[in-house]
Design a protein around this ligand. Sequence first.
Ligand code: PXP
Length: 248
Amino acid sequence: MPILGVNIDHVATLRQARRGAEPDPVRAAHEAELGGADCITVHLREDRRHIVDDDVARLRPFVNVKLNLEMAATDEMVRIARQVRPHMATLVPEGRQEITTEGGLDVAGQTERMKDVVAALKDAGMTVSAFIEHDARQIEASAACGFDACEIHTGPYAHAFAAAGGDFLHEGLRRQRDAVADGGIRIMKAGMRFHAGHGLNYHNVGPVASMEGLAELHIGHAIVSRAVYVGLRSAVREMVGAIAAGRA
Ligand code: PXP
């Protein structure tokens, strides 16, 4: 079964709405762990719109499972990651205007920079993942730059799932699912771990969870949204169940 990374950025988004202390992402991480999260993910953005430096510093000793820091490949973020030393760093593209991460990282277009960043993060003991599209060129470039893993952007699959109402007889949905699965095989053949995430929810996660060799799923919005009704611990537990059902 793939491990589940729970992205808790939205907990901090709610806190920042009042610039207060609650809800605290560190407490959220604890609840997520109790619900069965294998990994806690936070994205420290350049504009600090949700997670702030202090959250990352407090989470590092507190989290009992894997801590994954999503970050842009900037000198500032590399310096912070090397200080905090999460277990994994996931390099993502970052746009100031975007609501959430849009599109995958262009590794192929900046291989020299990527090689330096990956080396600096690995030197501090992290495994390093690239958030990319299911594109052979990006996968090959990621392997050449020394990434340990690639997380395939499942946003296009999630959109296709919604458009098709989850009907896999729908050509567009089948094509998107196959593209993610084929990308995963290519990633593993290149010697890296296959991760997937973005836009996944309780309904569409199953067909991704069952993909050959998938090592990690990274999910945020659907889980935190569900938590508003049932609490974070239960919301994570339900996602663990949906992943297990998808595998079965
Ligand atoms: N993976 C990456 C690299 C992301 O940037 C995000 C969004 O922060 C996710 C996974 C989770 O996406 P979602 O919130 O749509 O589940």
